[in-house]
Design a binder for this molecule. Structure first.
Ligand SMILES: Nc1nc2c(ncn2[C@@H]2O[C@H](COP(=O)(O)OP(=O)(O)OP(=O)(O)O)[C@@H](O)[C@H]2O)c(=O)[nH]1
Length: 78
């Protein structure tokens, strides 16, 4: 069986600028008003339909302050 495509999306920005709100809006079309610091954890992992094909998607958000975590994300090991 052919391996499905994999998308890794990393979103960087200062704390509280709206990274999580953007991701939730993209995934659910809803806007979150609450502020819950994500602390750079893996945000979302799942399957998504793209041009009639299911692709594996990973989304992570980080302030970029944890340099080690950023390196791991950018190398795609997270
Ligand atoms: N008015 C307004 N508020 C926003 C917007 N985007 C996000 N917010 C609000 O700003 C606050 C912080 O948003 P988050 O999405 O949690 O910010 P974040 O960048 O993920 O923060 P960290 O997890 O700390 O890195 C929340 O209360 C959101 O509702 C926007 O476009 N307009």
């Amino acid at each position: 069986m052919a391996k499905s495509a994999e998308v890794k999306l990393a979103i960087f920005g200062r704390a509280g600028v709206g990274k999580s709100a953007l991701v939730v809006r993209f995934l659910t079309k809803r806007f979150i008003w609450e502020y819950d610091p994500t602390l750079g954890r893996l945000w979302w992992k799942g399957g998504m339909e793209w041009h009639a094909e299911v692709v594996s998607v990973r989304i992570i958000s980080s302030t970029g302050r944890n340099e080690q975590l950023c390196q791991v994300i950018l190398r795609g090991q997270e």
